[in-house]
Structure formats: C-alpha cells, structure tokens
Ligand binder design. Structure first.
Ligand SMILES: *Cc1c(COP(=O)(O)O)cnc(C)c1O
Length: 421
C-alpha cells in the first residue's frame, strides 16, 4: 500500500496526548450518529471538507488577497483561494466573491461596513418574525450602531408583508434593505425587494445564510441577479466548513473586500478557505442538485406529518429546508418540546412563531430542518416516521415512554448512518 504523503489529522496522537479532548470528539461523533439531527442550520460535512479543515493551511498567515498579501510564502494558499473564488463565481453566476469571512455574522458586519455608516438607517426583518440577530437586535452590533427599522409578516398569511416593506422604505429612506431570515419557511420575492430598493435608492443585501445551499443546488430561485450583495454561511444546507462568504456586483467588489480585510478581520482562515473551495466543488455536482431537491421534498413531508400529529406549520407548510411549527394546539411550549425531544435523542430547537404570546426563552414553536437527515440518505417516505416520533415525544409529558421512543430513534438512524463506522 502506498502512503499518502499528507500530514494531517492524527487521531491516535490526539488520543495519547490529550485523552480528555479526544474523548469528547468521540462522544460527539456518537451523539451525531445515535440521534436525529433536525437543527435547520446544521449539516454533516464530507470527509474531504474535514480533511482540508484539518490541514497545515491553518498555520499560514495570509492577510490580504491572492497576489496582494502582507506575508511571504502565500503561493500555495493563493492558489486555493483563487480556485475557491472562481468556483463561487461560476456556481452562483456572481461577478465577485469573497471567501474570507469567518462566519455568517462576520460576513454581515462586512456588508454593513461596506455600505452603511453608524447611525444610518437599515430596513430588515424583525427578529420575532424570523430575522437574524445581525438584522437589528438591540444586543447586536447591528442594533447598537445602526438605526434599524423592522418589517414583519402578515398576521393572516404569515408571509412577508411586501406592502409594509414598501411603506416603511418610503417613510424611512433606508441606506440599505436586508432580506433573508433564520426562521422563514417560504421563498422570498427578491424582485419585489429589488423594486422597493430601487424606488428609494437603497442597497439591497440578501442574507442567504439559510437557503444558499438550495440555490447552489438549483432547487430554488437565486437572489444573485437581484441583490447588490449576498452574504451567507457555508455550513448550513451548503454543507461546507463553518464559515461565511460574500457575493457582490463588480462595482462593489473593492468596498466589500476592504470591509472584510482590513476593516473587520485580520488574517483569513486559509484551511477554511480551502475547505470552502472543496464544498463549492461538491455543490456543483449533479448529486448535490438531487440532494437539494430532496431536502425540500423531505421538509414538505415532515411538515405534513407534523400537521397530521396535531401541530400547525406556520404559513401552512414550506418551500425550503425548514418548517416552523406552532405547538399551541398541543398545549406544549417550545421549551418543553425541545426538552422532550432531547430526552429521546431528537435534536431540534424551540423557536418563536410570528405574534408569539410567549417570551422568546419559552416560545410557542419549534424549528425543524432536513439538511442533516437528507445527507444521511433519508427520503420523503421516512419523514412520517420522524413526525410520529416527535409527536409521541411531545405528548409524553411524564417521560414514561421516553426509553421506548429513544430505541425507535436509534433503530431509524442505524439504517441511515451519519459518518458510517
Ligand atoms: C446563521 C445565520 C447567520 C449567522 O451565521 P453565523 O455563522 O452563526 O455567524 C446570519 N444570518 C442568518 C439569516 C442566519 O441564518
């Protein structure tokens, strides 16, 4: 057997040198394998992505951009970043790409930094209706440094109220309008947002963190033709390493690059940049497109299954990878649901629903997503079983059925191993 001349992750050495941490790594792998992972913002990265992440590229200082670095020795990392940029531009049909943001929140700080000055007005989706922390929360930089005005969903349809968006835009004349959310199950009308942004002369930023993987897989429409700037995470449906990315029009390329470095970050994580390049190549494949379509079909079946168990999908269902589920008719809060699922090995999160009567730490709903179970190989026909397990766990107030449900969860996931042994 020829040996790969690669110096990379050596688990044996870690186990010898640091049994405490190596033990945690193994237990976490067991947790992933033995439970059902329904967190809408998580996924299982491929071994190839993990190999790039565990490489010596982590050692390299590469402040700057390919060909214009502040450090020597960047010849190899330059190649990785150029390949990643070209793959991102090709996959999304974008004029410019920046792969350096350390996370989705960092990508958003850069977009604000490129287009808005402190104190100026930004129009974004309200958090209780599905927006993200970085869309104006008072405890976040966005709410502290900018004047953020919020739009929400209509109470009757639970869909974005585009009339309200337009009215607020005309009234407040924002410098920038943000669309994209963290708990909105439906497609967003990017053309409508573009028209409103044009009417008031605002920059249109699409925060595609959650759904960019579905765009990459050509399963839903792309925001790229409509937006000035598109920010996103690389670790959600897209299934890459934990990190952020920005796409923009050529006219904004300089402003975005300067906002990422040196305004907001120092040295980029070049192992992460290389891993993003690997993930982009995977996402350009026909099998990934099939994956993206199945993620949506699974989410739709899961919503239907949960509805049959007496839970109400907000807005009536989903067009994407996630369902937002109102539990009020079951008389169970989001917190209780999270705990009851947790004790049977089903991982999901409590979530506020629009016009939620409960405080956010209690919440009336849960958010469920299908990126991980679809990576495991589950199909729409398997979603009914998941819905039934969730339904039984939620109705089992005393926990007497917990052991039995947990056994069934284990049986189900054993048929679809994440990271097969
Ligand atoms: C997840 C998410 C982010 C933040 O990503 P992090 O990598 O956690 O910083 C930003 N915006 C939206 C809409 C998200 O869903």
């Amino acid at each position: 057997m020829t040996e790969t001349p690669f110096w990379g992750p050596d688990f044996e050495q870690l186990a010898q040198e640091d049994p405490e941490i190596s033990g945690i790594l193994l237990s976490e792998l067991d947790r992933l394998r033995d439970g059902l992972q329904l967190i809408a913002s998580e996924n299982f990265t491929s071994p190839a992505v993990l190999a790039a992440l565990g490489s010596t590229l982590s050692n390299k200082y590469a402040e700057g951009y390919p060909g214009k670095r502040y450090y020597g020795g960047c010849v190899e990392v330059d190649k990785a970043e150029v390949i990643g940029i070209e793959r991102a531009k090709a996959l999304f049909g974008a004029e410019h790409a920046n792969l350096q943001p350390h996370s989705g929140a960092s990508a958003n700080i850069a977009a604000y930094g490129a287009f808005v000055k402190p104190g100026e007005t930004v129009l974004a989706m309200s958090l209780p209706h599905g927006g993200h922390l970085t869309h104006g929360s008072r405890v976040n930089f966005s709410g502290k440094w900018f004047n953020v005005v919020s739009y929400g969903v209509r109470e009757d349809t639970e869909l974005i109220d585009y009339d309200e968006v337009r009215q607020l835009a005309l009234e407040h004349k924002p410098r920038m309008i943000i669309c994209g959310a963290t708990a909105y199950p439906r497609l967003i009308d990017f053309a409508a947002f573009r028209a409103i942004a044009d009417e008031v002369g605002a920059i249109l930023m699409v925060d595609a963190a959650h759904f960019i993987g579905l765009v990459a897989g050509k399963a839903i429409p792309s925001p790229v033709p409509f937006a000035d700037v598109v920010t996103f995470t690389t670790h959600k449906v897209l299934r890459g390493p934990r990190g952020g990315m920005i796409l923009c029009r050529e006219e904004h390329a300089k402003a975005i690059d300067k906002a990422v470095f040196p305004m907001m970050q120092g040295g980029p994580l070049m192992h992460g940049v290389a891993a993003k390049a690997v993930a982009l190549k995977e996402a350009a494949s026909a099998s990934y497109q099939e994956y993206a379509r199945t993620v949506i079909a699974n989410a739709q079946e899961l919503c239907a299954g949960l509805a049959a168990e007496g839970m109400r999908p907000v807005s009536g269902g989903t067009d994407t990878h996630l369902g937002l589920i109102d539990l009020q008719e079951l008389g169970v809060t989001g917190t209780q649901a999270e705990e009851r699922c947790d004790r049977v090995g089903i991982t999901l999160n409590k979530n506020a629903i629009p016009f939620d009567p409960q405080p956010p730490m209690v919440a009336s709903g849960i958010r469920v997503g299908t990126p991980s179970v679809t990576t495991q190989g589950m199909a729409p026909g398997d979603m009914k079983a998941i819905a039934s397990l969730i339904g039984r766990a939620l109705k089992d107030e005393s926990g007497t059925e917990a052991d039995e449900i947990r056994t069934e969860v284990t049986e189900l996931v054993t048929r679809f191993p994440a990271y097969p042994r």
